[in-house]
Design a protein around this ligand. Structure first.
Ligand SMILES: [Zn+2]
Length: 179
C-alpha cells in the first residue's frame, strides 16, 4: 500500500503507480523459497531481495517498462530502500539487512528493532489504510486501477455514493466514463 500511496504524490500514470507497489513489496519475493521447503526459506528470505543490488535490479526493470523512466527508477529505488528500512526496524529482533550482499555477507541488525506484531507496525498499517481511503476519496482511484480497472471503477462509485448519502444531496452530474 505504501508504494501506491507514495506513487500518488508524483506525476505518474496507473502503470507506474502499480510499479511503485511492486517496488515496495518485491524484496519479499525472496520468501518464495518457502514453497521449496523451510530450509530454502530460512536460507534466502531477507537475503536475495533485501540488498542494494536487488534495489538496482528492481528499479531498472520497472523503469524499463514505464513511460517516465528516470522518475520511476528514482521512486522505485527509493521504495525498495523504504522497505529495507521498515524491515530493519520492524521485522522483529534478529532479522537484519545484508545490504551489500552478495559482495559482502555482513548483515546489518538494528539494536532498536521492535516486534513484528507491535504498535509501531499496526499504526503504520492503519495510517496506510487511511491514506489509501483519502486517495480514493480525493483522486477517485484505488490500488486496483491498473490490474482490475472495472473493479476499481465499481469501488470508487460505491465510495462516492456512500459519500453522497452523508453529505447534502448534490445535483447528479454525468460521470465521465469514456473508455
Ligand atoms: Zn522484507
Amino acid at each position: 500500500m505504501s508504494g501506491w500511496c507514495i506513487g500518488n504524490l508524483l506525476p505518474l500514470g496507473p502503470r507506474e503507480r502499480l510499479f511503485c507497489m511492486i517496488a515496495a513489496t518485491a524484496s519479499d519475493l525472496d520468501g518464495i523459497g518457502r514453497i521449496l521447503g523451510e530450509k530454502a526459506y530460512w536460507d534466502y528470505h531477507h537475503l536475495v531481495g533485501h540488498n542494494l543490488a536487488a534495489a538496482i535490479v528492481t528499479a531498472t526493470l520497472l523503469a524499463a517498462f514505464s513511460k517516465a523512466r528516470l522518475l520511476t527508477f528514482a521512486v522505485c529505488f527509493w521504495l525498495v530502500h523504504l522497505h529495507l528500512l521498515m524491515d530493519y526496524f520492524g521485522s522483529g529482533p534478529g532479522w537484519g539487512i545484508p545490504y551489500f550482499w552478495p559482495f559482502d555477507q555482513h548483515v546489518y541488525r538494528s539494536p532498536h528493532a521492535w516486534a513484528f506484531y507491535s504498535w509501531q507496525n499496526l499504526s503504520t498499517a492503519g495510517l496506510m489504510f487511511a491514506w489509501t481511503l483519502w486517495i480514493v476519496d480525493r483522486s477517485g482511484r484505488t490500488p486496483l486501477e491498473a490490474i482490475m480497472p472495472a473493479l476499481d471503477r465499481q469501488l470508487v462509485d460505491a465510495w462516492n455514493r456512500r459519500g453522497r448519502r452523508r453529505r447534502r444531496p448534490a445535483p447528479e452530474r454525468p460521470t465521465a466514463r469514456s473508455a
